[in-house]
Design a protein around this ligand. Structure first.
Ligand code: UT7
Length: 363
């Protein structure tokens, strides 16, 4: 359906001097933010009955970042990522037409975190809203942002993926607390007529997956009470092994489907950017595709699972290695269940951008 909408909305560039290319929404800059505090496996092993070897073997995670500081929520990290993005792309806050934030850990039930981020970075009087699709949130938000550019409605759209998972993780539950971390990433989308940009996206969901992965209390179905707090119902509930199977299947399905409908062979793919939930899920996805792991972006060892932030943090981390025209597949699976994929070609020389601005992360 997304393809049908996108193709109806395709606008063609009209320069008489160039070969006409359809206008595409392209990522023209990326920036990330992770908090300073590093929570390593050894420290976690002092908090719950776990070990560095179990976490490393079962998940690939060595450490994750935790946002400390009274009164700091997801918006703090999102705003840091957006400030860096504006600086690195020489963009004024007043140039931005729309900001979308994907998050599962908003600062408040309302107002939305996107509103707060705009206020914190000095972006005024534009539309801003949150998208909630758990770990698939960034791909959902990117898909929405792309439509505004394809219709010609907006020219500069920021998409943020940000989560403070430490706010909803129970640090007495070893089955969940070892995998999550905090972080934020942001990208700037603009219209492009050089052939590069987002080619296709796929969004999927299955609400019956709720029973395997959710946060029981705090919403309208079970508002907060002293009892819900005492029973730790405001934290992530996850049946890890069940979610693992669905995630491995969903990630493989979207990558396979998006490749098929864009006539892509494995040897044509330069990069896969998978949601970082568990290194074994990522390896399974790559193996099912027949893709070597050196084409797969990995940050899970140092950031863990930052939910909506994993994909933009990967792009930030690997930016210096990216070349204009690189073919890239994005894939994510998360609570809902939600899952999704995107196929894009990278739109700029990442090495130049990384040395020009205040820096991508070195791997
Ligand atoms: O982000 C999007 C959605 N989330 C995901 O995609 C996450 C998917 N799931 C996973 O990544 C994995 O299922 C986990 C990392 C959460 C758990 O790993 P697992 O290999 O599936 O472990 P399990 O839940 O099947 O548990 C196996 C054993 C159990 O012990 P027994 O019953 O066999 O004695 C657990 O109690 O491992 C035990 N265990 C642990 N042991 C040491 C579970 N967590 C830990 C731990 N340290 N942290």
């Amino acid at each position: 359906m997304i393809v049908a909408i996108a193709s109806c909305l395709t606008v063609w560039s009209i320069s008489p001097l160039t070969i006409h290319q359809p206008i595409r929404a392209a990522i023209m800059g990326v920036h990330g933010y992770v908090p300073d505090y590093v929570l390593g496996n050894e420290e976690l092993a002092k908090m719950v009955n776990t070990s560095d070897s179990w976490i490393t073997e079962r998940t690939g995670i060595k450490e994750r970042r935790i946002l400390k500081g009274k009164g700091l929520g997801t918006s703090h990290m999102g705003a840091e990522a957006v400030r860096g993005l504006l600086a690195r792309t020489n963009t004024e806050p007043s140039d931005i037409d729309l900001l979308i934030c994907a998050t599962t850990t908003p600062d408040f039930v309302h107002p939305c975190t996107a509103n707060l981020i705009c206020d914190m970075v000095g972006i005024r009087n534009i539309g801003s809203f949150d998208v909630q699709a758990a770990c698939s949130g960034f791909i959902y938000a990117l898909t929405v942002a792309r439509q505004f550019i394809l219709t010609g409605t907006y020219r500069k759209v920021i998409v943020v993926g940000a989560d403070k998972m430490s706010a909803i993780v129970d640090y007495t539950d070893r089955a969940t607390c070892v995998i999550f971390g905090d972080g934020a990433g942001a990208v700037l989308l603009e219209p492009s007529t050089d052939g590069n940009g987002i080619m296709d996206t796929i969004l999927r969901s299955d609400g019956s997956g709720m029973k395997h992965l959710h946060q029981p209390a705090g919403g309208s179905r079970m508002p907060p009470t002293a009892e819900t707090v005492a029973n730790r119902l405001h934290s992530v509930y996850q049946e890890g092994a069940a979610v693992y199977k669905f995630a491995a299947a969903g990630m493989s399905e979207v990558t396979r489907d998006i490749m098929a409908r864009n006539n892509l062979r494995v040897d044509m793919i330069d990069w896969v950017v998978p949601h970082q939930a568990n290194k074994r899920i990522i390896e399974t996805t790559a193996a099912r595709l027949g893709l070597s792991m050196d084409k797969v972006m990995l940050t899970i060892h140092k950031y863990g699972n930052t939910t909506a932030a994993t994909i933009p943090l990967c792009l930030w981390d690997y930016e210096s290695k990216l070349k204009s025209g690189d073919r890239m597949l994005l894939a994510a699976f998360g609570g809902g269940f939600t899952w999704g994929g995107a196929y894009l070609t990278w739109a700029y020389d990442g090495a130049k951008a990384a040395t020009a601005g205040n820096g991508a992360r070195a791997n």
